[in-house]
Design a protein around this ligand. Structure first.
Ligand code: FAD
Length: 480
């Protein structure tokens, strides 16, 4: 037995066999939301302590059963797996894909490979915690070890900074102060070679071709694609980010969110590279990456916040039973408020929506229509390619006023927001073709057109009067 090695069944097997043949040490790297080769601590650690690795992705039955494998994310995932496999092949290896129960499959592959270690990136959701626990128990029972690596999926591990008397930060500003003062780990390069044993079989890689229900304007996935986008962003968009990030028509944000969600880009690398680039745009961008970590540390500490109010305001929300038509109009982009409808149609078409538009449409549903935030969050998760339990559920809670926002009773007025963030109406004309002939800001208020002209546009009348929505919300929250 090597110094420091535990006397496990696998080690005993190797010691016994060592007298005959040297048996190579193999480790399994279980990929989840970290589908890359660059800056990948689990892969680097596995390669550092073994002669060969099995890079494994399991199409997990439990994730499918939870309804999380939506068409847009499945299509993006197929791209990610295909490019990960291509990157591994360039390095002499390949990706192994299995499907079923993740713990069973990891155990099986580890046994087939004679691996005594499995490496995995730490996750933050309740499901990820359960998976980790089940894996640890099953692997230990078979004499194998599980290594869980922090700062792979987030820049800073949840819990790496915490206030004096609590397990997590509930307020962003003090979190950001502490987060900014931390030294992040160094960025790791992609390995040059990744030896993978021949004998481990793989299912065919999933493909996106012919998948029904995929948004027509969905972006392509995969690490090489993400790195191209990152390079273009650092060259072209980052400097203007602080000034332009809220300009809806300008579309001047990074659009890196799906790559962060699937881990085709590393948040640690992004922070380092933005800081090295420097300037107000880079500072503003790093702050958004800290928001991402912030929501992840809230979810890690309060996993039930995915479904339950983080801070209850004793709401008695309207639901499908009481607001079915309004919910349908919101989902389909026909509320009669052009900015809301433009945003909801962007979501349908691209599987992505601008952050300002997410804030606005979420406020409209949860406050102006006073509909349960979970109904909106579910619809977003159904379509968003970056749909993420931590970011989606906690941003929804933030907007609905049940989360970490201290101004929890504010309500965004779509007309005021339109004047600020789409002053000329260009974003609306892009996504609401019925109104494309209306020049300038009039496009935001089609009801001001004289009646015969208005009817000709075939655009719906508003589903709610904004003043009535405000009154309903204020009464419900006991403010009037
Ligand atoms: P950029 O502006 O370029 O920001 C860079 C990165 O910072 C983003 O890619 C993202 O990872 C992170 N980031 C930016 N803003 C936030 C934020 N408010 N909270 C957390 N991280 C942030 N983001 C998701 O990744 N997945 C979701 O499911 C999701 N759902 C949302 C739901 C609502 C109601 C709201 C208001 C926001 C949601 N966001 C979500 C956050 C944010 O809108 C998106 O991350 C952002 O629009 C992605 O575009 P980008 O990559 O161009 O962002």
């Amino acid at each position: 037995t090597a110094p420091g090695e535990r006397s496990t069944a696998a080690a005993a097997h190797r010691a016994h066999r060592a007298e005959e043949l040297p048996v190579p040490r193999v480790s399994v790297v279980l990929y989840t939301s970290d589908l890359r080769l660059h800056d990948h601590p689990p892969l680097r650690a596995a390669l550092g302590s073994a002669d060969a690795v099995v890079p494994l992705f399991v199409r997990d039955d439990a994730i499918a059963a939870a309804g999380f494998t939506t068409p847009n994310r499945q299509a993006f995932l197929a791209d990610c797996l295909s490019l990960l496999d291509a990157g591994l092949r360039e390095r002499g290896g390949r990706l192994v894909v299995r499907s079923g129960d993740v713990v069973d499959q990891v155990g099986r592959v580890a046994a087939e490979a004679g691996a005594d270690e499995v490496h995995l990136a730490a996750g933050v959701s309740a499901y990820a915690a359960r998976r980790e626990e089940r894996l640890r128990r099953a692997l230990e029972a078979a004499g194998r070890r599980l290594h869980v690596h922090d700062a792979v999926i987030t820049a800073l591990a949840p819990g790496a900074v915490a206030p004096a008397a609590a397990d997590h930060f509930a307020v962003f500003t003090p979190y950001f102060r502490r987060w900014s003062g931390q030294r992040l780990r160094e960025v790791l390069g992609a390995p040059r070679t990744v030896p993978v044993p021949d004998r481990i079989g793989s299912e065919p890689l999933p493909t996106a071709a012919g998948l029904p229900g995929v948004s027509p304007g969905l972006a392509a996935g995969g690490e090489a694609e993400g790195r191209k986008r990152l390079a273009a962003w650092l060259r072209g968009g980052l400097d203007a980010y602080e000034d332009r990030h809220d300009d809806l028509a300008g579309d001047a944000t990074s659009r890196l969110s799906p790559h962060l969600h699937f881990g085709t880009l590393s948040p640690v690398e992004l922070v380092h590279r933005a800081r090295r680039h420097g300037g107000p745009g880079a500072d503003a961008f790093v702050r958004q990456l800290a928001w991402r970590d912030f929501h992840h540390q809230v979810l890690a500490a309060r996993p039930d916040a995915a479904a339950v109010d983080y801070r209850t305001r004793h709401d008695r929300w309207r639901t499908e039973a009481t607001a079915g038509d309004e919910i349908a109009a919101w989902k389909e982009g026909r509320t009669g408020y052009p900015l809301i409808d433009a945003a909801m149609r962007q979501l349908l078409y691209e599987g992505w929506m601008h952050n300002r538009a997410r804030l606005l449409t979420a406020s409209f549903l949860s406050k102006t229509l006073y509909v349960d935030w979970r109904i909106g969050a579910r619809h977003f998760l159904e379509l968003l390619v970056d749909g993420d339990i931590a970011n989606n559920q906690l941003n929804w809670q933030w907007v609905a006023g049940t989360g970490t926002d201290s101004r929890y009773n504010r309500i965004l007025n779509p007309l005021v927001q339109a004047r600020r963030y789409d002053p000329d109406g260009e974003y609306v004309r892009r996504w609401v073709p019925e109104l494309a002939a209306l020049a300038g800001p009039l496009v935001h208020e089609p009801w001001k057109l004289p009646h015969p002209a208005r009817a000709g546009y075939g655009y719906p009348a508003p589903v709610v009067d904004l003043a009535d929505g405000l009154t309903r919300f204020r009464r419900a929250r006991g403010l009037d």
